[in-house]
Design a protein. Structure first.
Length: 750
């Protein structure tokens, strides 16, 4: 069925649902309870989430605390068509897909497809985004391309974290949590006035736990956590028309390896079986024996400072400056094959820093709201990689050891100018338009050295010094919204986005190291947002279709090294083609009584390749369009129930339960064998349910609470990600979600 027809049908279903609720809203309200609204800055100005004409989900920091969320991956299920999980083989990166668009590979030369922002400062890498939720005002998740107001690498959407601003009232909060696997989480924050115009805030946390995965031979633990984080914020309001925020943060993560399970037998370059794995492999039991020569550690250090100043030139015009500097250092050891043999293990050490400056003007007067600005980003990345594969070559190559080193540098300069205007043609009808122009230069150089222990004549160094890559993009946005009633808004939106091109940082030869071009997306969306029954029912529905072009795909194969004439893995990145994506999203909540609330988030997704060119697939005419796009389940659903019981003498007890469903999903772009339409089961996760629950007691003063939180209560075993390196020993490794966990948390507020 044509995707536009599908979208029309989905929009029809949305309109039918709206009609039902629009009629029902005239019924008298039986209770006084009301759902909270959240003020957001999705369009770079403050407005109600229910009056913002785009798909977004917003959560206050307090609501996330009440739900027991401790890190960004706990948003999984709360947002329709969002996939957010810990990155493959990494304790500090995050795999984020929105509406089937994302980028799961943490390699330093690959840009993300979902933009991550903290206090409006952009984070350039998916490394360092495995955030703990520390003293936040709110979290916003914007779905669909955000190219005009947020720029490059928001082709799938944006994740925004907004920290709490210190104010003139003293505020303090502390919590201590203990849970399964010796989990310990200690957080504290305090803020208050220093003078009539100056306020200071400080927050810190320590979060640790033992590993979910253990080595039955050595007792070593993997997939653990050991994080410390600090943030200081200074808020200065020297006059009524000037606001200045200075924020500094530091975090470090010192964890063990993140390991998975090999999904098939590993075959060496001589055709020898290195590790025999039954198909399918035995059920994952959270035990693993990995390469004993590899240090059991992954380390990350991240720090930064931002300065945000806003000056009101008049009641209508505000000038804002957002300055940010960040630095990131990681040393990740990775066992790609997840077995005790050294088929492919690696050290990836990255030193990254970035400076960004944004100048923004906001104008609000009468029917006009306008936002415009200039943006500059300078990013520098130095990387050192060591790949070890002593068990790969085999007898045909004298059982030679093998080590490859890569040293590369990437310098990115990005400049942009943007503008967005909203014009209220009447009290009910608004139109908006936006445009952003971006220029970006990438200067890349790389040196690769190979070392064969038993074949010293083939040791070689391969330099790669390509010309500076230049990319330009112009993205547009247009929307219209109509306030049909006081409580129902209809909207239609067209938006574009692009993801930057670049160079393949995993290339082993000149043929692989070629430049690849940016991705682009055109998205069409219609929807409505409604708050009914005296604000006791909230129903938001959106239908969308996306044309996703120049899809960047890492494809693997075997080649002959041009220097050594030995077999070599070919890990190319190509602009493979295009995808067609359409879907429907429902975000609803019903305050049934003062005590009882029901909420649900449902995402329907239909993602298909229009074009996926790969010359190796000769049986299908050089096309892989039959394959299933990764991280695009057809159905995701979450159903939540909350009941608040008043306690004699004051206080209350909250009982909450959540059921989350995810349909069958591909976990890697390469999910069939080369030149085959047969799916690789290990690269898929079948449909599954997860069940969570909580009981939280609050005292009469509202200052103290004690909560018990359970996640994955039925101890479901499920995959969250997969690593596909078939050209290196037939490696296909799957990574798994957390087992059943219980947490007890005590919180005090002042």
């Amino acid at each position: 069925m044509n995707r536009y027809v599908k979208t029309a049908l989905l929009a029809g279903a949305a309109w039918s649902a709206l009609s039902t609720f629009a009629v029902a809203q005239d019924a008298p309200a039986a209770q006084s309870a009301a759902l909270d609204d959240v003020i957001v800055t999705a369009r770079r100005t403050e407005e109600s989430a229910q009056r913002t004409p785009l798909s977004l989900s917003a959560f206050s920091g307090e609501s996330l605390n009440q739900a027991g969320a401790t890190q960004t991956t706990d948003l999984q299920g709360l947002v329709p068509n969002l996939n957010i999980v810990q990155g493959r083989a990494s304790s500090n990166s995050t795999n984020i897909y929105i509406r089937g668009v994302g980028q799961p590979d943490a390699l330093q030369t690959f840009d993300p497809a979902v933009g991550v922002y903290i206090d409006d400062v952009y984070y350039s890498r998916i490394r360092g985004t495995q955030f703990d939720l520390l003293d936040l005002e709110r979290v916003e998740v914007l779905r669909g391309p955000q190219g005009t107001l947020y720029g490059k690498n928001t082709i799938g959407g944006a994740l925004k974290l907004v920290s709490r601003r210190p104010g003139q009232e003293f505020r303090a909060r502390g919590s201590v949590a203990y849970g399964s696997y010796n989990m310990m989480d200690v957080q504290g924050s305090v803020s208050g006035p220093i003078s009539d115009s100056l306020a200071l805030g400080f927050s810190a946390l320590h979060s640790s736990r033992d590993g979910y995965v253990s080595n039955p031979v050595t007792g070593a633990e993997y997939n653990d956590k050991n994080t410390n984080a600090f943030r200081a914020a200074l808020a200065w309001d020297p006059s009524d028309n000037l606001r200045v925020d200075l924020i500094a943060d530091y975090s470090n993560d010192d964890a063990g390896l993140t390991v998975g399970q090999s999904q098939n037998s590993l075959i060496g370059s001589s055709g020898q079986t290195i590790v025999a794995v039954t198909s399918p492999p035995p059920p994952w039991n959270f035990q693993a024996v990995v390469d004993p020569t590899l240090p059991n550690e992954t380390r990350l250090e991240s720090r930064g400072v931002s300065l945000n100043a806003a000056f009101d030139l008049s009641d209508a015009l505000t000038i804002r400056s957002i300055t940010g500097y960040r630095r990131l250092n990681t040393d990740d050891y990775i066992d790609f094959d997840g077995t005790p043999r050294e088929v492919s293990s690696a050290l990836v050490a990255v030193d990254q820093d970035q400076f960004s400056q944004e100048l923004q003007a906001t104008f609000e007067s009468g029917p006009i709201t306008a936002v415009g600005g200039l943006y500059y980003l300078q990013e520098n990345i130095d990387s050192h990689q060591e790949a070890y594969a002593d068990d790969l070559l085999g007898p045909a190559f004298l059982n030679s050891t093998f080590t490859r080193t890569v040293d590369d540098t990437l310098e990115t300069t990005s400049k942009a100018a943007y503008g967005n205007l909203t014009w209220a043609l009447s009290d009910r009808f608004r139109v908006s338009g936006g445009v952003r122009y971006t220029e970006e230069d990438k200067d890349y150089d790389r040196t690769t050295s190979t070392f064969f222990g038993a074949l010293p004549a083939f040791n070689a160094t391969f330099p790669f010094l390509p010309p500076v890559a230049n990319f330009t993009d112009t993205s547009y946005m247009a929307s219209a919204d109509y306030q049909a009633t006081e409580n129902v808004m209809l909207y239609a939106r067209f938006s574009q986005g692009f993801k930057s091109g670049g160079y393949n940082g995993r290339a082993n030869s000149t043929a692989e190291a070629t430049q690849y071009d940016p991705e682009t997306a055109d998205s069409y969306e219609v929807g409505f947002k409604s708050t009914l029954y005296d604000s006791r029912v909230r129903l938001n529905v959106a239908a969308f279709t996306t044309d996703y072009k120049n899809f960047q795909a890492r494809v693997s194969g075997l080649d002959i090294d041009p220097i050594t004439n030995l077999p070599a893995a070919k890990l190319s990145v190509i602009n493979a083609g295009a995808m067609a994506i359409s879907g429907l999203e429902v975000d609803a909540a019903w305050q049934v009584t003062d005590a009882f609330t029901f909420d649900t988030q449902i995402g329907l997704l239909d993602a298909e390749y229009d074009v996926f060119a790969d010359a190796r697939f000769t049986a299908t005419g050089g096309s892989r369009a039959f394959q299933t796009p990764a991280f695009a389940p057809r159905l995701t659903a979450r159903y939540g129930l909350t009941y608040v019981a008043e306690m004699p003498g004051g206080g209350d007890v909250t009982f909450g339960g959540v059921a989350k469903f995810r349909s069958r999903m591909a976990l890697a772009v390469d999910n069939t064998a080369t030149n085959s339409q047969a799916q690789l089961p290990g690269m898929f996760q079948d449909e599954y349910w997860l069940f969570d629950a909580r009981v939280v007691m609050n005292d009469a003063s509202g200052r103290y609470s004690l909560g018990v939180y359970g996640q994955n209560l039925l101890n479901e075993v499920y995959k969250t990600d997969a690593q596909e390196f078939s050209s290196v020993g037939q490696i296909r490794t799957a990574y798994f979600g957390a087992p059943q966990t219980i947490m007890v948390k005590l919180t005090a507020r002042y």
